[in-house]
Design a protein around this ligand. Structure first.
Ligand SMILES: *Cc1c(COP(=O)(O)O)cnc(C)c1O
Length: 389
């Protein structure tokens, strides 16, 4: 997913430019000192335009974006929020942080939300559904949206890992009522830390902006010091340095995704002759951002045997299996034990279907810069490992 691979002169120049025009590192105010250049504003405008939505709100992290979005959607104590078992831990943390109860679905062969399980987990208390587009691949949005609409439950897409991806030609992040993305150092675009909420719903946008800025309503009738407020908020504002870097990074988005897709398809194709592995199901292959090549073996011991040989050759993986503990709810007893539904249970059994799918999987990271020799090395090494198993 790596915007970090392309951090270079453009990002350096963007940061220097902040210092060359007044060095105002804060997103609001000091109009004269900053020569009227507002970079976070500009980043939001460019991002919204790029996504084709009315509103974009930049914040300090993807996690902050999730919290602000849930707050803005009116989620609070006693509400249930449904998300999937395969996600970065932050999705569940945000649900916990707003006081709601996380309800977690199994994943299917797409390694994203299993719509059949979603249907089963909806109750009268369900107030939001968060499908997560994990590792560059969209969730099954047709099925998920159909279920959500039938029950009139809003959808918040967690698009932290699939920014720039599409689903049936629609941009991911624009299918639900709102979405978030992340600009942390491992994501498609990076500002070091950072996040964005996008939506066409003005009420959600406004409440998220107020929440992320101490309740500030940005009332045009008053200077900031006399601004009005009606809700209690916190501070999740993005800085101008992040905004400046974001503006440089977004120009590279098409290139990043184009290269990754190309590299992914070359590797996948070269591995397609191996009969003992099955590739991850991709609901909408044209929309894939090419984050990783994921394949699985039929039985867990085969995956372990492959991993032993793979690591011995000096190669690594992306999350599966190396960081599975940060990406699978079946290992999150420390958070889930506080909820009756999960308390005292063996979570790997609660999410047995997900546990089986994720623990048989191997994810090879795809990079923007992958010279031919590197691709050949990877392909040869996978074949070698499988021959030796
Ligand atoms: C990275 C990530 C987040 C959180 O983003 P941060 O910017 O790191 O706080 C949320 N959800 C998913 C799926 C992520 O991968």
């Amino acid at each position: 997913m790596p915007g970090w691979e392309l951090i270079g002169e453009e990002e350096r120049a963007a940061v220097n430019d902040v210092f060359d025009h007044g060095a105002v590192l804060y997103r609001y105010g000091w109009a004269e000192k900053r020569e009227n250049i507002f970079r976070v504003d500009e980043f939001e405008r460019v991002f919204a335009e790029r996504m084709g939505v009315k509103h974009a709100l930049a914040v300090s992290s993807g996690t902050g974006a999730l919290i602000a979005a849930l707050k803005a959607m009116g989620i609070s104590r006693g509400d249930e929020v449904i998300t999937q078992s395969h996600t970065f831990i932050a999705t569940i943390e945000a649900i916990v942080e707003v006081g709601a109860t996380p309800v977690i679905t199994e994943i299917d062969a797409s390694l994203n939300m299993d719509p059949a399980d979603l249907e089963k987990k909806i109750t009268k208390k369900t107030k939001a559904i968060i499908p997560v587009h994990m590792m560059g691949v969209s969730a099954r949005m047709d099925e998920i949206l159909k279920i959500a609409r039938a029950h009139k439950i809003p959808v918040l897409e967690d698009n932290a890992q699939c920014c720039g991806g599409t689903y049936k030609k629609k941009k991911l992040g624009t299918l639900g009522d709102a979405s978030i993305t992340s600009f942390d150092f491992g994501k498609v675009l990076t500002t070091g830390e950072g996040g964005m909420i996008i939506t066409n719903n003005e009420a959600i946008f406004r409440r998220a902006r107020e929440y992320s800025d101490h309740g500030h309503e940005l009332n045009p009738q008053f200077p900031r010091g006399e601004d009005t407020r009606s809700i209690s908020g916190i501070n999740l504002k993005m800085t101008e340095l992040q905004g400046a870097i974001g503006l440089a990074q977004i120009k590279k988005m098409d290139y990043i995704i184009g290269r990754q897709r190309e590299n992914k398809s070359r590797i996948k194709k070269a591995l397609s002759d191996i009969s003992t592995i099955t590739f991850r199901e991709v609901p909408n292959p044209e929309g894939d951002t090419g984050d990783s090549v994921i394949f699985s073996f039929s039985y867990r011991p085969e995956t372990s045997a492959f991993m032993k040989l793979w690591m011995a050759k000096g190669f690594g993986t992306k999350n599966l299996p190396d960081a599975i503990n940060w990406h699978f709810a079946g290992t999150w007893d420390h958070m889930l034990k506080h909820y009756r539904r999960y308390k005292g249970k063996d979570l790997s059994k609660v999410f047995a279907q997900s546990d089986d799918l994720l623990r048989r999987a191997v994810a090879l990271p795809i990079f923007v810069n992958m010279p031919d020799e590197q691709i050949e090395k990877i392909v040869t090494a996978v074949h070698d490992c499988i021959r030796q198993m």
